[in-house]
Write a protein that binds this ligand. Structure first.
Ligand SMILES: *Cc1c(COP(=O)(O)O)cnc(C)c1O
Length: 462
């Protein structure tokens, strides 16, 4: 299995090389050269398996020779052992045709644990075998950073630096990043917004001297291994509702387009998905683009669903790559135009995107109203990101096709918004009830490439 860059100018890599590299050297994102297929019989055979065994079967064809079967099975076991629910990704029913896929039973209470816990174990195994050490730098709007720190804390061959926008993450998110005491964990509060953090991260990857000097590795949602880990729960949930004999649809609260892109891969592998619905908050650049208005950056408006407050949706590049018939040069040009503010999507590419994706948006008021209504109607307390999904899903459902909305975080991760909407204070699960008592450790830093690079160089292996 070979991986190629969406901009067509970087070397082809194996799975483990693409994972350790993150962003391709031409600025592009790695994608599999071709998507492995699962037959209807293979999909049907997933029914009743443990989450771990289903994960092995779905991901194995993408791994190539990078990990032996026994090794890969053991990695998956370790990755999900710390989850607080035996089903890992349980389905809950909201009403007759609408289901919630609960993806928040991992150690940091958001779906990012599914990918990050796996990637931590994959990195550890690959680096130990190579006798190498890497510096992981990530940018986060809140959930990626806490998930990365939780996955890499204390690992021997890794330093992890996380850039988050100062003052723009929830207190639970911040504390999950600033309270781990391991010396290989470094939380950096940047004076800027999430797009600034993501831009500085890209700058670091494009500075090859720095990149090679500190052995930079990325675990942001552009890392292919993360997308792959997220493909699994599309299969397990669809199968439990009758796939491959029945079609299902998914609605996905979307920011960086990683989670929904995993659904697109599941569909390409052969899972009978009817519709994939992109749900955005008031930062609705993806919804506008998928509605034919081009992709044009604007200011980011802080919302009650901060993990989706994004203008540059990194993984959308992967969808564009396919929509432009895998023409790396065309994608590279669009991304150049994006730096200057935005781009128009060609008519052919627009048709391809509309073939795969529907979209909708939820305003702040609609998000809060949905939290309240869902509690009243279905006795479920949902987080604001999930509420964006539920609102859009309700608009887009069609009779006869079950709709699965991805519940991307636990309500206790965003207590202020949940309480404002519902008057109910969502308690933290008992296993992390002392989060507010643990001491914090964080460095406040300017939105400046040189300052960040100096700090990182000075704190590796500390
Ligand atoms: C990251 C995140 C999202 C957005 O996921 P993408 O893969 O970036 O589209 C939605 N909800 C929550 C809670 C998140 O942490």
């Amino acid at each position: 299995m070979k991986y190629i860059s969406t901009r067509g100018q970087a070397p082809e890599l194996t799975f483990d090389e693409a994972m350790l590299t993150g962003l391709a050297r031409d600025g592009g994102l790695y994608v599999p050269e071709s998507v492995p297929q699962m037959s209807a019989a293979e999909i049907a055979a997933l029914e009743g398996l443990s989450y771990e065994e289903a994960a092995f079967r779905v991901m194995r064809p993408f791994i190539g020779e990078s990990f032996a079967d026994d090794e890969f099975r053991a990695i998956i076991e370790r990755a999900y052992a710390g989850f607080g629910h035996a089903a890992r990704a349980p389905l809950k029913q909201l009403d007759s045709g609408h289901f919630l896929l609960e993806l928040f039973h991992g150690p940091t209470l958001a779906f990012k644990d599914f990918a990050m816990q796996l990637i931590g174990q994959l990195f550890q195994t690959a680096l130990a075998r190579r006798g190498e050490r890497v510096t992981i730098v990530g940018a986060t709007s809140g959930d990626t950073g806490s998930a990365a720190i939780e996955a890499f804390r204390g690992l021997k061959n890794v330093d992890v630096f996380i850039l988050y926008p100062h003052g723009r993450v929830s207190e639970v998110q911040r504390r999950q990043m600033t309270t781990p005491s391991e010396s290989n964990v470094h939380a950096l509060a940047v004076d800027g917004d999430f797009d600034d953090c993501q831009a500085r991260l890209k700058d670091m990857f494009n500075d090859f001297d720095f990149r090679d000097g500190v052995r930079l590795a990325g675990v942001n949602s552009i890392n292919w291994a993360r997308v792959l880990a997220q493909v699994v729960y599309y299969f397990t949930s669809a199968v439990s509702l009758g796939a491959p004999h029945r079609k299902v649809s998914f609605t996905v609260p979307t920011g960086n387009f990683g989670d929904i892109f995993a659904g697109y891969i599941a569909k390409k592998m052969g899972l009978p998905i009817d519709r994939l619905v992109v749900a955005t908050n008031q930062n609705d650049i993806l919804h506008r683009c998928l509605s034919g208005q081009g992709y044009h950056k604007g200011p980011t408006h802080p919302s009650v669903s901060p993990s989706m407050d994004i203008q540059v949706s990194s993984n959308f590049e992967r969808a564009l790559f396919d929509a432009y018939n895998r023409d790396g040069r065309a994608v590279a040009q669009l991304m150049d135009e994006l730096k200057a503010g935005g781009f128009e999507v060609s008519q052919g590419a627009m048709e391809a995107l509309r073939e795969s994706f529907d979209s909708g948006r939820a305003s702040e008021a609609e998000t809060l109203a949905t939290i309240k209504a869902t509690l009243a109607q279905s006795a479920e307390l949902i987080c604001p990101h999930t509420a964006v999904g539920v609102k859009v899903a309700d608009e887009q459902r069609v009779a006869g096709v079950p709709m699965i909305t991805l519940a991307t975080a636990h309500p206790a991760k965003f207590p202020a918004a949940v309480e404002e909407a519902s008057s109910v204070h969502p308690p933290l699960p008992p296993r992390m009830a002392d989060l507010y008592d643990r001491p914090e450790r964080v460095t406040r830093i300017a939105n400046d490439l040189a300052a960040l690079q100096d700090h990182i160089k000075g704190h590796i292996g500390a």
